[in-house]
Design a protein around this ligand. Structure first.
Ligand code: R5P
Length: 339
């Protein structure tokens, strides 16, 4: 990644997709953008949107596996926006995020905002039996301890995650971007399906965006990769369906939902939309075997080489969303409209 941060002059010319006004340009010039290794592709798209470059950041591994990071430009007195998904391998990317933040804090950055488009461990938001941790709470503590002043997530699994932090947390949503893709493909009599009760809030958002009715599958998790889905609530018989979720990991939830929809008499070939394509090995095979042929996800997690996958999910970018959030953050504006 190029190490040069372009100044106000280029920003003022509106090199991105939207014209950057002169006043914003001076704010953008006082910021240093840094990306973790999990978000470099997304960073290059945000660069284009903003008309500013990300600072160089050298990230290496010591022979014993420890992480070594160095931000290649001074950050003293500057706002730092750190774009770093904690996607798989989650532990490595989490430690990178913490290490870069610590480096910036020790180099006297004025403020550190972490944009974490995919927040690993968000599903561990309560104790799951005796002698088990609440990882999301632990991660929140680590993030604060590393000196981060503000966290911005996207369609985080548990919006109540905010309660684990004492610093401001904003949760943006990619639903409008994904809904735009669905709008062109979903039929007018389609039903938006939440694959579990936890996805109801998200499904309602899609249903509102697309002006479609909703249904919900009662999911029960039997293990890390195993789920069972009971009787569907809502009218799906004879109708096309759109299954929506915050994330797809093993594909078990989507596969079981497709089966339950089939049992309830829904039309075949449901569309699937999810913000975070975690896509563990075998997930796409599982989803394809269940009968899904069209799926849309975002680039909150960098798309991986899917040469052997049964189909390619369509990827829509959240870079414009993040660029807008950055502009607003630097102007001291609210992110509410993006949430
Ligand atoms: C869980 O509540 C989430 O919203 C997703 O439904 C779940 O994490 C998806 O995981 P998988 O693809 O492994 O079923």
């Amino acid at each position: 990644m190029d190490r040069t941060t372009l100044g106000a002059e280029r920003a003022a010319t509106g090199a991105g997709s939207e014209t950057v006004h002169v006043q914003q340009a001076s704010q953008l010039a006082a910021v240093t953008l840094v990306a973790g290794s999990a978000s470099r592709r997304l960073a290059s798209l945000v660069e284009r949107e903003l008309g500013l470059r990300f600072a160089g950041c050298t990230i290496e591994r010591f022979p014993d596996g420890e992480v070594s990071v160095r931000v290649d430009e001074p950050v003293r007195g500057r706002d730092v926006i750190l774009l770093a998904a904690t996607s798989p391998p989650v532990n490595d990317h989490l430690v990178e995020l913490l290490a870069i933040a610590d480096a910036c804090r020790r180099a006297d950055a004025a403020r550190i905002v972490a944009l974490v488009p995919y927040f690993g461990y968000a599903r561990s938001d309560r104790r799951d039996g005796r002698r088990t941790p609440i990882m999301a709470s632990l991660v929140a503590d680590l993030i604060e301890r590393a000196g981060i002043d503000h966290v911005v997530t996207t369609d985080v699994h548990t919006p109540a995650l905010e309660g684990f932090f004492r610093i401001p947390v904003d949760n943006l949503t990619a639903v409008p971007v994904l809904a735009a893709w669905l709008r062109a493909r979903a039929s007018r009599d389609a039903v938006i399906v939440a694959p579990d009760v936890g996805a109801l809030r998200l499904a309602n958002r899609y249903a509102t965006e697309l002006d479609l009715p909703g249904a919900v599958c009662p999911k029960r998790r039997l293990g890390g990769a195993e789920v069972s889905v009971g009787r569907i609530t809502g009218e799906v018989a004879g109708r096309p369906c759109v299954i929506v979720d915050d994330m797809i990991s093993t594909g078990g939830t989507i596969a079981e939902s497709v089966r339950a929809l089939k049992d309830a008499g829904a039309l075949p070939d449901p569309l699937v939309a999810a913000t975070h394509a975690v896509l563990a090995p075998g997930a796409l095979d599982r989803i394809a075997a269940a009968g899904v042929r069209a799926m849309v996800v975002t680039d909150s997690i960098e798309p991986r080489d899917a040469a052997s996958a049964p189909f390619d999910p369509e990827v829509v970018s959240i870079a414009p969303l993040l660029a807008t959030a950055i502009r607003r953050l630097l102007a001291g504006g609210s992110l509410r409209e993006l949430a």
